[in-house]
Design a protein around this ligand. Structure first.
Ligand code: AMP
Length: 457
């Protein structure tokens, strides 16, 4: 370890974490968070609660991050404008600021390889290399890794012509699952019983995966990893469809909750053993170790647990639900992962109770989200005790206005899902955006005990 680190406060689960070079003198570190969405807002907020973090710089950040108050005197939280697709500019900014830890939030810069030049510049990075990020960047690569690691997943065909796609679609029968094999912000998947719609989606993609339909409830499980050790978070569930009762088109995610009262007791252990650890071991074996956050999207089907997809970063909006319950200080945790020291970290520590995040989306999301609508009521909602994490917002003429599809995530904790739901929805009720949309049933079935696991056949 690089110096005998002071035990971290609050939760105390990460003891003796070795911090960066600056930390040897002051015990305080500078963290760069790359990205501008709700996930990055939640990450910056959680990092600011870590007493070892002196400065958080969000690049480019968003108006919600700009408005965050430092947790203690001397801490700073700032946004710096930068084009995250300009890797040289991001590296120059990190170097100029003397950043100890860079956390890359979204998938696009990770898949484009931003972590590599940051590491080459001597900065500890939380986020996988370009090669390892292919686990999200290419569904065909992910399937190949899973096959090699014997990780349970749906059967699938990779197709490059409409004829191949039609053959695969007919081989599986309805409901059809057609996945664009390219990054599509969660919107590249069509699940439909309409054969013509399935064929049309396939025809619009260069390469598609036609996959067997997986029944059963979905789970998102995130693992912090340094490429060897895997530290799972508690499970969450997100809601991909736009409308209540899982109707409407797929979106980037309309809400999330954690924990899952209906989940089998050993779920996290089982997924760690059968999915997360073998995947991390296989990536290391291939010479592309994955360090950062491995997100497993799973279905608990009647034939057992199956991986639906892997992502190479924190999920949005699950992160906005998870982080308010995480007791382990986030800075030390991500730094330990970034520096290969995760084996020294205790299992994560969580507050009891539940957390619910409800996404408020712009009019006409996901097809053609409208920009420029004035947002009001955020302060009133926060005065009621919720967190309002910004995603698609900007400031125009001193007013916060919509600037993206998913505009905000309103996140609340409570003693149980019922209480967290009530608080989150009362926060949503304070917010006014012309034509906005949100689901009213986030965590509802779980709160009512209506989610049932399918018997294993
Ligand atoms: P993905 O982007 O792969 O997570 O897919 C988005 C959503 O589509 C998932 O959260 C599921 O709700 C649904 N989905 C994806 N693959 C399947 C599948 N094989 N069977 C059933 N639903 C699926």
């Amino acid at each position: 370890m690089g110096g005998s680190g002071r035990s971290l406060s609050d939760g105390g689960a990460v003891a003796e974490v070795a911090w960066g070079k600056r930390a040897l003198g002051s015990w305080l570190v500078k963290v760069l968070v790359v990205g501008s969405g709700g996930r990055e807002h939640a990450l910056v907020w959680a990092l600011s609660r870590d007493s070892e973090v002196e400065q958080v710089v969000a690049a480019p950040g968003n108006p919600g991050i700009e408005a965050l108050q430092p947790a203690y005197d001397g801490q700073t939280i700032v946004c710096r404008a930068v084009d995250v697709s300009d890797h040289d500019a991001v590296v120059a900014l990190a170097t100029e600021l003397g950043i100890d830890l860079a956390v890359v939030g979204p998938e696009a810069p990770l898949v484009a390889g931003l972590a590599d030049p940051l590491r080459a510049a001597g900065i500890a990075v939380f986020g996988p290399s370009k090669d390892a990020a292919e686990i999200e960047g290419s569904k065909a690569f992910a399937k190949d890794v899973m096959a090699a690691a014997s990780v349970p997943t749906g059967r699938a065909y990779v197709c490059t012509t409409p004829e191949q796609a039609a053959e695969a679609i007919d081989a599986f029968g309805p409901p059809y699952v057609v996945k664009d094999d390219a990054l599509a912000a969660g919107k590249g998947v069509v699940v439909t019983s309409d054969r013509a719609e399935a064929l049309e989606h396939a025809a619009g993609c260069d390469q598609v995966l036609i996959e067997e339909f997986l029944d059963g409830p979905e789970v998102s499980l995130f693992a912090i990893t340094d490429g060897v050790t895997v530290l799972p978070m508690q499970p969450a569930q997100d809601f991909k469809r736009l409308a209540d009762n899982d109707e409407g088109p797929n979106t980037g995610g309309m809400g999330a909750y954690t924990p899952l009262p209906w989940a089998p007791e050993n779920l996290v252990e089982e997924i760690t053993e059968k999915v997360l650890q073998p995947t991390i071991d296989e990536l290391r074996r291939r010479g592309t170790p994955f360090s950062g956050l491995l997100y497993a999207g799973l279905a608990l089907t009647s034939r057992g647990t199956r991986v639906i997809e892997f992502n190479c970063r924190f999920g949005d909006p699950e992160t906005q639900a998870l982080l308010p319950l995480l007791k382990t200080p986030l800075g030390g945790l991500l730094y330990a992962a970034a520096t290969g020291k995760l084996a020294d970290v205790q299992p994560l520590s969580w507050k009891s109770g539940a957390s619910v995040a409800v996404v408020v989306a712009a009019k006409k999301y996901p097809a053609k989200p409208r920009s420029g609508d004035v947002i009001s009521g955020i302060e009133q909602a926060e005065a009621g005790g919720v967190h309002v994490f910004h995603a698609g917002t900007t400031v125009e003429d001193n007013e916060v206005v919509t600037a993206g599809g998913r505009v905000l995530a309103v996140s609340a904790t409570g003693k149980d899902l019922d209480e967290a739901r009530q608080r989150a929805y009362s926060g949503v009720g304070q917010i006014r955006i012309k034509g906005s949309q949100h689901r009213t049933d986030i965590a509802l079935k779980a709160a009512r005990g209506e989610i049932e696991l399918l018997p294993i056949s």
